[in-house]
Design a protein around this ligand. Structure first.
Ligand code: NCD
Length: 315
C-alpha cells in the first residue's frame, strides 16, 4: 500500500490491519512515553486547501507521536490562495523532500491527481476531497464502533448503522458506506430525498425518509453536518422543519436501544442536526471519535511509511 485515496482501494484484511495497528498504537499512547521513534527523519506535509480543525491537528499529532517532521501548509497564507496550481505546489513539496502529503482539497479527485502524477514521489493521503471521500474519518469511525460494539470480533459483522442527514454533500458518508459494508455492517441512509445523491440506489445500503422508523432498531446513529457552505439551492424548507424530521434530539434518543451510540464527525451544528443535550449525553462518543482519530491516523502513517502493520500483541 503506497497511498490512501479511497476506501475502495482497501481489502478487508488491509482495513482490519489498520484498525488492529491503531489498537496497538493507542495502547502505547496511553503509556507515559507517548512518542515512538518509528518515523524519525521522515517529513510529512499537511496540505490543507480547505478549512479544517480536527483532521489537520489530528494528522499533525499523529505524525509527531511517530517522531516525523511536520510541515503545515494551508491555503490561507500560502501561494495556493494566489492561484498556484496543484502541480507547482507538488513540485515544491517534492523539492522539500516530503515523504508523505496529507491533502485536503475542495476538488473531488485532487489527491488522486497528485498520486498519479510524476510531480512528487511520496505517499498521498486523502484527508477529504470535495464531496468524494474521507477515508481516515471512516477508519476512525469503524475503530470507534468496533471498540464499543465489536464484542471482540475483528470486523463489524451484523452491526446496524444509520447515517442521517446531508448525505448529498458528505464525503464522510461515502467513505463510511464503503468501509462499513466491507466490514459486514448493515447501513441505512436516512435523509430527505433532496439530500440523497443521484445513483444512491446502487449503493450497498437501505434508504429511509423516516428517521423515527429507523432510530429504535439500530446500534449506531451517525449524524451528518448540514453543509450549508456547499448548498447552492434550497434543500429543505427551513431549519425548524429539518430538525423536526431529521434532527437527533432527546425524544428520539430515548427511543434508541440502551447499548446504542451516537456519532458525529464534527464540526456540529448544535440545534440543527443534533441537539446540544444529545451531543453532550453519555450515549455520545463524539469526543472519543476525535481521540481515536489520532491513533487511527498514526496507524495509517505507520502502515504507509513504515511499510508494515504493527504486530498485534507486540511491543
Ligand atoms: C468532515 C469533513 O470535513 O468532511 N469533518 C471532519 O473531517 N471532521 C465533515 C464535515 O465537514 O461535516
Amino acid at each position: 500500500m503506497r497511498h490512501l485515496l479511497s476506501i475502495a482501494d482497501l481489502s478487508k484484511t488491509e482495513a482490519i490491519s489498520i484498525l488492529d495497528t491503531a489498537v496497538e498504537l493507542a495502547r502505547i499512547s496511553d503509556g507515559t512515553v507517548k512518542k515512538l521513534p518509528t518515523l524519525r527523519g521522515r517529513t510529512i506535509v499537511n496540505l490543507f486547501a480547505e478549512d479544517s480543525t480536527r483532521t489537520r491537528i489530528s494528522f499533525e499529532a499523529a505524525a509527531k507521536r511517530l517522531s516525523a517532521d511536520v510541515i503545515n501548509f494551508s491555503a490561507k497564507g500560502s501561494s495556493l490562495s494566489k492561484g498556484e496550481s496543484l502541480k507547482d505546489t507538488a513540485l515544491t513539496l517534492q523539492a522539500m523532500g516530503a515523504d508523505a502529503v496529507v491533502i485536503r482539497h475542495g476538488a473531488s479527485g485532487a489527491p488522486q491527481r497528485l498520486a498519479d502524477s510524476e510531480w512528487m514521489q511520496g505517499s498521498v493521503i486523502n484527508a477529504g476531497d470535495g464531496t468524494h471521500e474521507h477515508p481516515s474519518q471512516a477508519l476512525l469511525d469503524a475503530f470507534t464502533i468496533r471498540k464499543h460494539l465489536g464484542k471482540g470480533a475483528p470486523d463489524l459483522h451484523g452491526i446496524k448503522v444509520a447515517i442521517v442527514g446531508d448525505v448529498l454533500h458528505s464525503r464522510v458518508a461515502r467513505s463510511n458506506v464503503l468501509l462499513l459494508n466491507l466490514l459486514g455492517a448493515k447501513v441505512t441512509l436516512v435523509a430527505p430525498p433532496t439530500l440523497l445523491p443521484v445513483g444512491v440506489d446502487s449503493w450497498p445500503v437501505n434508504i429511509s425518509y423516516n428517521f423515527d422508523e429507523v432510530v429504535a432498531s439500530v446500534d449506531v446513529v451517525m449524524m451528518l453536518r448540514v453543509q450549508q457552505e456547499r448548498m447552492t439551492d434550497l434543500f429543505f424548507p427551513n431549519a425548524r422543519e429539518y430538525s423536526r424530521y431529521f434532527g437527533l434530539n432527546a425524544d428520539r434518543l430515548s427511543t434508541m436501544s440502551p447499548t446504542s451510540i451516537v456519532m458525529h464527525p464534527g464540526p456540529m451544528n448544535r440545534g440543527l442536526e443534533i441537539s446540544a443535550d444529545v451531543a453532550d449525553s453519555a450515549r455520545s462518543v463524539i469526543v472519543e471519535q476525535v481521540a481515536n482519530g489520532v491513533s487511527v491516523r498514526m496507524a495509517i502513517l505507520y502502515v504507509l511509511l513504515a511499510g508494515q502493520p504493527l504486530e498485534v500483541g507486540g511491543k
